[in-house]
Design a protein around this ligand. Structure first.
Ligand SMILES: [Zn+2]
Length: 106
């Protein structure tokens, strides 16, 4: 089963394919922007896909940070470090919508 690119949990059921590849990029922690691998396609589970479709970036980012922590990633407990991480994650997720993606079953 494929992992969701947003929350990293198994169970991806949707694929977002960007129409504008040029606007799709990934930003690292230190602000370096590189093109997304895999043509900027994002796999999403049912829950994340709902949040993408309703443009609910805030809940999508919190969901991602919570699952990252559950999966053992070093997610800060709070403060500026967490804010920074949330901003980077949000900027990356925003590229999904910036690429005007089409949605198809995965
Ligand atoms: Zn997901």
């Amino acid at each position: 089963m494929s992992e969701c690119d947003f929350c990293c949990l198994p169970g991806a059921r949707w694929l977002y394919i960007p129409q504008d590849r040029a606007t799709v990029a990934l930003m690292s922690d230190n602000g370096v922007v590189t093109p997304l691998p895999n043509d900027g396609r994002w796999r999403a589970c049912d829950l994340c896909s709902d949040l993408v479709d309703t443009d609910d970036m805030e809940r999508l980012v919190s969901r991602s940070l919570i699952t990252l922590r559950i999966l053992g990633a070093p997610v800060p407990d709070g403060g500026l470090e967490l804010e920074h991480m949330a901003m980077v994650v949000m900027a990356n997720f925003a590229t999904v919508l910036a690429g005007r993606p089409t949605k198809s079953p995965f």
